[in-house]
Design a protein around this ligand. Structure first.
Ligand code: IPD
Ligand code: CA
Ligand code: CA
Ligand code: CA
Length: 269
């Protein structure tokens, strides 16, 4: 992707993200139509769908040769990441959106032939836009984010985890997760994977690990975290495939190998 086009795409994507976020903010107290998907806690609202529709129509009208991967059904069915692919979560943190009316984000990653070129994560109610272009650093609104510290001990780290670590699974049976939680300084659960990636990029959380995330949860986050020296893999250190669901670990590289080797891989055996 040439630089001039990438800059144009970045400005355009940013404009749409802010426009979509402004609409959500304006309608935040309107009555919601809420439905459930795979189970009673898997929520979707008309706002999720309308926001995705807004992106889809704008993208298809302006860039008819671009592809879309997205959560709520308006995207394309892709077998490869060839070409320019927009990977969109119209509202990441729908449960927060419904119950808290805050702590949710719009997440848009733009990939060219599988390479993350642009990442945008918009914390709608805080009006904070995390953004990055590959190779050009990451920003929170207009402020450049600093590279993550080169030295970081796991003992002094805050890790984002979620409640699945309290449910039955092999890693819990092997007491691996309990050991990891005891080792780190603290753990947090925010309920929006995209925002948790943004916090890792910002250095206010040192890592975020979870099971079963979809491409739209992480596509923008990967680009932004990369730009502050962070590393993203699956929870066992393997590479990610953005055409499928996967476990995810995004963190400061100084603690990545320790989490993978001393905890996750040990627990999987
Ligand atoms: C969810 C959020 C949540 C994560 C779930 C995701 P959604 O996305 O990111 O934090 O734990 O796995 O599905 O459904 O609110 O877009
Ligand atoms: Ca969802
Ligand atoms: Ca999501
Ligand atoms: Ca969503």
């Amino acid at each position: 992707m040439n630089e001039t086009f990438r800059e144009k795409l970045y400005q355009q994507a940013k404009e749409w993200v802010v426009e979509a976020g402004t609409t959500i903010r304006e309608k935040i107290n309107d009555p919601l139509t809420i439905s459930t998907k795979s189970d009673r806690n898997d929520l979707v609202t008309t706002m999720d769908k309308d926001t995705e529709y807004f992106f889809m129509t704008n993208i298809k009208r302006t860039y008819p040769d671009h592809f879309i991967i997205s959560e709520e059904g308006y995207g394309d069915e892709l077998q490869s990441l060839g070409g320019t692919v927009w990977i969109i979560d119209p509202i990441d943190g729908t449960m927060n959106f419904v119950h808290q009316k805050r702590n949710f984000a719009i997440s848009v990653g733009i990939y060219q032939d599988g390479i993350g070129e642009i990442g945008l994560i918009y914390d709608v109610m805080a009006d904070e836009l995390y953004s990055a272009k590959r190779g050009e650093g990451a920003f929170k609104n207009n402020m450049a984010l600093s590279p993550l510290p080169e030295q970081k001990s796991l003992y002094d780290s805050i890790l984002g985890l979620n409640h699945f670590w309290l449910c039955e699974n092999r890693l819990v049976e092997e007491k691996v997760i309990q050991e990891l939680v005891r080792t780190v300084r603290g753990s947090r659960t925010f309920g929006s994977a995209a925002l948790e990636f943004a916090y890792v990029a910002e250095g206010i959380m040192d890592g975020y690990m979870t099971m079963g995330l979809a491409p739209w949860d992480i596509a923008a986050g990967i680009v932004i975290v990369n730009e502050t020296r962070g590393r993203t893999t699956d929870a066992f250190g393997g590479s990610l495939n953005l055409l499928q669901k996967s476990s995810v670990l995004t963190c400061n590289p100084a603690i990545q190998e320790q989490i993978v080797n001393e905890y996750m891989i040990k627990g999987r055996k």
